[in-house]
Write a protein that binds this ligand. Structure first.
Ligand SMILES: Nc1nc2c(ncn2[C@@H]2O[C@H](COP(=O)(O)OP(=O)(O)OP(=O)(O)O)[C@@H](O)[C@H]2O)c(=O)[nH]1
Ligand SMILES: [Mg+2]
Length: 301
């Protein structure tokens, strides 16, 4: 601490040391500079702080260019969701069962103190899932929540919804995940379901303990990204075991091109099965628009 430091400087320094994100650090450092002692001995300090500021600003620019979030060094993938909720609602428990991640789970409050990343494997697609420290805690980080494609709001009591939605303030896709239904009787579950339906929420009722509702949640999560799964098949063979992930309204040409660039030019005949077909094995053109779970067969000779 510099001699004759302004109390405001000391406070700003304290905030700077506690800052978690680059943005926060920069903001606090600027504050420190503005309160750094003006006397002669302070010159050196100011110069040091300014050098540090420049470095942080460069880091921030770099992290933005690399597509990394400055919050946790997490690079955003095509499909990204965050889990938010009050402490002890079961965020880490859910992350653990949906992903390969091993977060700490405990019945005391604020166990999770920084965002934790996991990957959900669903229908051969990878969904990034991030647990955010409890909403309302000092560890909660807004940044990732606002850039994620989908927010899973985990609750174990209906009264928490409004509070969380108020704090959240994002227009993005939200799914309410009512957890710990293993602790409820049939009548309680029925009432909760009716309330959530009446409010027109997108919701799933689950238990991270018994795994009830987890498959439904995974399906709902995948659907929230609005991608479609297209299977391919070769003539006379079964459909592929793994689908190709496409944007909605993709055409048979888009699929051919995703398989191999230039492939659509070689296609002589295309047949489809599934939701977008009028009947099984319908012949279609390359501009045919596909639907989720369609099967496409390309013939090249
Ligand atoms: N009965 C029951 N208990 C659960 C369920 N899910 C989580 N728990 C328990 O609830 C407590 C909190 O779980 P966590 O997963 O650590 O909760 P969290 O939301 O990550 O909490 P913090 O990170 O501390 O904010 C633990 O004791 C869990 O075992 C569930 O579905 N049923
Ligand atoms: Mg946790």
């Amino acid at each position: 601490m510099p001699i004759n430091a302004h109390p405001e400087y000391i406070a700003a320094e304290g905030e700077y040391l506690k800052a978690k994100t680059l943005e926060e650090k920069i903001e606090k450092l600027k504050k420190m500079i503005s309160y750094a002692p003006a006397h002669k001995g302070g010159e050196n300090l100011r110069a040091q702080l300014k050098t540090r500021l420049k470095k942080l600003q460069e880091q921030l620019i770099k992290s933005k260019h690399s597509g990394k979030s400055s919050i946790a060094g997490i690079k955003k993938e095509d499909m990204q969701a965050v889990i938010i909720g009050k402490t002890n609602s079961g965020k880490s428990s859910l992350l653990k069962i949906l992903t390969n991640s091993e977060p700490q789970i405990a019945d005391y409050e604020f166990t999770t103190k920084k965002p934790i990343l996991g990957t959900v494997h669903y229908e051969n697609t990878n969904i990034q899932l991030i647990e955010i420290p409890a909403i309302g805690s000092e560890f909660y980080t807004r940044g990732i929540v606002h850039t994620a494609d989908t927010v899973l709001i985990i609750i174990d009591s209906l009264k928490d919804i409004e509070y969380i939605l108020n704090e959240l303030k994002t227009e993005g896709k939200k799914i309410i995940v009512f957890n710990k239904i293993d602790l409820l009787n049939e009548n309680e579950k029925r009432k909760i379901k009716a309330t959530l339906q009446s409010k027109k929420y997108d919701f799933v009722m689950i238990s991270a303990k018994t795994l009830e509702g987890i498959e439904e949640l995974k399906e709902g999560l995948f659907q929230s990204f609005k991608k479609i799964r297209i299977y391919t098949k070769e003539p006379g063979k079964e459909k592929s075991s793994r689908p190709i992930i496409m944007e909605p309204d993709s055409t048979t040409k888009d699929v051919a091109e995703k398989i191999l660039k230039g492939f659509s030019k070689k296609v002589k005949e295309t047949k489809i099965w599934g939701p977008s077909s009028k009947f099984s094995g319908q012949k279609v053109g390359l501009s045919h628009k596909l639907k989720d779970l369609d099967i496409v067969e390309f013939k090249t000779s």
